[in-house]
Ligand binder design. Structure first.
Ligand code: GTP
Ligand code: MG
Length: 244
């Protein structure tokens, strides 16, 4: 990874790195970044955009003029959520001052920025991965269709056959990872798309890192379109079948 293609201040020194993968999130990214900035946490925000045709990256460039903690990595074409997240990990680890922990979250407003600090605090110097869980006690999904919920539940059931990490939500995209954990597992992450969510938990579990979950409320996106396609679901299922 050549850091020259990452735009922004590479000398940033923040406690918390936040990876924001975007494909066509022009309707959501500005409000999301604004709300994260308003939290006044010690964060660096890293947007990984796949040359979204709706101009998401241009919005991020204009936000970089207002806030000095935003990094932008634009990839030439849509290359999948999995590689966006692993590129984000690689970039944060390559900075002069890597953050102490790394948050991943969706940029379609399904995840609440106010949960960032809850996840970070839940690491408690004891855990290496905190999953924001929709399916544990007090976790919720709001405005999701029965079909979407059924796909998510099935994905979780399949994941639980493969990994026995004693959590209820293996596919949630909102998490906090210790940088230590990322250093240890990064070279074993090969997911193209959504299966990254279970591959990270599997690698952490195999290495006996401590994993916990805390409840979050996941709200269906109100703006923009879902990027989850049949092809992505197929890739997810074939990852699990191959590993089983
Ligand atoms: N850079 C990049 N980001 C992606 C890609 N696919 C999805 N994303 C982003 O990953 C996050 C999750 O994707 P969504 O389309 O919201 O998927 P989802 O939450 O499972 O589906 P919905 O419930 O319909 O929203 C969003 O922030 C997307 O913009 C991709 O190929 N490249
Ligand atoms: Mg979404």
């Amino acid at each position: 990874m050549d850091l020259k293609s990452v735009k922004g201040d590479l000398e940033l020194d923040s406690e918390i790195g936040v990876i924001l993968p975007t494909y066509c999130e022009a309707a959501n990214i500005e409000k999301l970044i604004y709300e994260i900035e308003c939290l006044n946490l010690n964060t660096s925000l890293l947007v990984i955009d796949d040359s979204s045709p709706d101009g998401t990256a241009d919005i991020v460039r204009s936000l970089q003029r207002k806030h000095d903690n935003i990094l932008l990595f634009v990839r030439p074409k849509k290359s999948g959520l999995g590689t966006a997240i692993t590129d984000g990990f690689t970039i944060f680890l390559s900075l002069k001052h890597p953050p102490k922990c790394i948050i991943t979250m969706d940029t379609d407003y399904s995840h609440n920025p106010e949960d960032i600090m809850r996840l970070v605090l839940a690491l408690e110097n004891k855990y290496d991965l905190v999953v924001g869980s929709r399916y544990c006690f007090q976790g919720k999904t709001v405005d999701w269709s029965i079909v979407r919920r059924a796909i998510s539940k099935l994905a979780n059931f399949l994941a639980s056959l493969l990994i026995r990490a004693k959590i209820h939500d293996y596919t949630s995209g909102m998490r906090c990872y210790s940088t230590n954990l990322i250093k240890s597992i990064l070279r074993d992450l090969h997911s193209q798309t959504y299966e990254i969510q279970i591959e990270t938990i599997r690698q952490a579990y195999l290495r006996k890192f401590k994993i916990r979950e805390i409840p979050i409320t996941f709200t269906n996106r109100k703006k923009g379109k879902s990027k989850l396609t049949v092809n992505e679901i197929k890739q997810f299922i074939s990852y699990i079948l191959l590993k089983i």
